[in-house]
Write a protein that binds this ligand. Structure first.
Ligand code: BES
Ligand code: MN
Ligand code: ZN
Length: 482
């Protein structure tokens, strides 16, 4: 779908506030909609006249201004696209709403995003491809803003490319997406965009002493890869924001085998990895001037005669030993080495890890909200602000120091599972042991990264969360001139 600034198509889309004068409608229609069966433009309510010889209008209500958020605007645009597609409309123009308290650029970006969100379908494995009728959307800016309009649209198109890249990677099943192919995909996607991608194989990972990561990887016939992506527009010397994505291309649970119905979605256990690749693509495409490094420790958690076992004690790059209470708490082992690498081998100003880490986080916060653990409230505040802009909900979990004692091992330094209570918190505190005091935020995306059914503007399957937040966090950082 193309979004074309100031392009005027016959079919018009309006986003009226509740109770607004519907003077875009002809007299007869207006008499009808203001009559008994009145159309009041309540939030997300639709009035459409799209047939031949009709008024060629679509109204999607915004409800009351005081209740309206920028995310509601994305959802309204997404809804409009859905109605247009259902009516096989190919081209339509949006009349940009003017809304007190919302600047023109933000409105433009939100509406463009809502339309682009409607376009995604994962049909790579379907013999019959999905079809979207909507080919072009004109964006008609307010008369006095025509000249500056459109600047946000290209940015959103690139950002949504990043979201799409992340979704495709997550949706691709592990029979095709495994550490080697994930690394190849990172290289081919980012190489052309000026991101330097380095891929380490098993021997090179051994050389670095990443014993925790290797223990998880050992059970699979697919060898691990350690992927480092560097986007350094400020030059080598300037410290980078370092993003670390959990990259389990499949999580069977290992010897702590998952039941079939919770294993079936575990191709998505690399959603953190996918999100950092998608974010790097969006940053590079938009030429954001901020150094960012992304790291992925990619492997599969499988069973075999070589696989690690419940009760094993494994080493780590840091040198501490880890008691493996549960082979299904594998993500934190791979992240321990990846975080330690990010803290010690990369010129990092801060670390953000993104991981489908715990079912406990879903129990705590549900399917839509990211759980965060941090050692730096100021850094967390910036991530939180970015999430408010992006519309990807995020909530900080408490992480009392007293819980750290729970992690103490009996025959190893630290254990990888402390049992069910507070499982999302203790998982975060485990990771904290490996960041070497660097400012760090952990984002548990086990719930929101993958949708069991469509919600908001997300399709079923991969959502691409939190690409938009990570992108926005870097952009905010750049604007403030850090
Ligand atoms: N990948 C899972 C977490 C997960 C669960 C992601 C549901 C997406 C949806 C993770 O590796 C895991 O298995 N965690 C265990 C930890 C436990 C053994 C301490 C869990 O949450 O049960
Ligand atoms: Mn697991
Ligand atoms: Zn996992």
């Amino acid at each position: 779908m193309k979004i074309q600034v100031n392009q005027d198509f016959p079919i018009k889309v309006y986003f009226p506030l509740e109770g607004a004068e519907l003077d875009m409608l002809g007299e007869t229609t207006r008499a009808y909609v203001t009559g008994e069966r009145a159309y009041k433009a309540e939030a997300k309510s639709v009035y459409a006249e799209l047939g031949p010889n009709s008024e060629n209008v679509l109204l999607v209500g915004l409800g009351k201004l005081e209740d309206l958020s920028i995310n509601d605007l994305r959802e309204a645009a997404h809804k409009a696209a859905g109605v247009l597609n259902a009516n096989k409309v190919k081209q339509a123009s949006v009349i940009a709403p003017e809304l007190k308290g919302f600047c023109t650029r933000r409105i433009e970006k939100a509406i463009a995003e809502g339309f682009l969100q409607s376009e995604y379908a994962f049909d790579a494995y379907l013999t019959k491809k999905s079809e979207c009728s909507l080919e072009a959307v004109g964006y008609l800016a307010p008369a006095d803003k025509k000249e500056t309009a459109g600047k946000g649209i290209e940015e959103i198109q690139n950002l949504m490319d990043g979201v799409r890249i992340a979704r495709d990677l997550v949706n691709t099943p592990s029979i095709d997406l495994y550490p080697q192919t994930l690394a190849e995909s990172a290289t081919s996607t980012l190489g052309d965009l000026g991101v330097e991608v380095t891929v380490l194989d098993k021997a090179q990972i051994e050389e670095l002493g990443m014993k925790a990561f290797l223990a998880v990887a050992e059970g699979s016939d697919r060898e691990p890869r350690f992927i480092v992506m560097k986007y350094l527009p400020e030059g080598e010397q300037v410290p980078a924001i370092t993003l670390i994505g959990k990259g389990l291309t499949y999580d069977s649970g290992g010897y702590a085998l998952k039941p079939a119905d919770s294993m079936v979605w575990m191709k998505s256990d690399m959603a953190g990895a996918a999100s950092v690749i998608g974010t790097m693509a969006a940053l590079a495409k938009n030429k954001i001037q901020k150094n960012v490094v992304a790291i992925i420790a990619a492997c599969e958690n499988m069973l075999s005669g070589r696989a690690y076992k419940n009760g094993d004690i494994v080493g780590s790059m840091k040198g501490t030993t880890i008691e493996v209470i549960n082979t299904d708490a594998e993500g934190r082992l791979t992240l321990a080495d990846a975080l330690y690498y990010g803290a010690t081998k990369v010129n990092s100003e801060c670390l953000i890890d993104i991981a489908t880490l715990t079912g406990a986080c879903i129990v705590a916060l549900g399917d839509e909200v990211i759980g965060a653990v941090t050692n730096d409230d100021e850094l967390f505040g910036k991530v939180k602000k970015a999430s408010e802009t992006s519309g990807e909900a995020l909530w900080q979990l408490p992480a009392p120091k007293s819980y750290e004692a729970l992690l103490k091992g009996d025959v190893g330094d630290i254990k990888n599972s402390t049992g069910r209570p507070g499982g999302a918190i203790t998982a975060g505190l485990f990771l904290k042991e490996f960041v070497e005091g660097k400012p760090w935020v952990h984002l548990d995306i086990a719930g929101p990264s993958f949708a069991q059914k469509p919600w908001s503007y997300y399709p079923k399957g991969a959502t691409g969360i939190p690409v938009k937040t990570l992108y926005q966090f870097v952009v905010d950082h750049t604007i403030k001139g850090h």
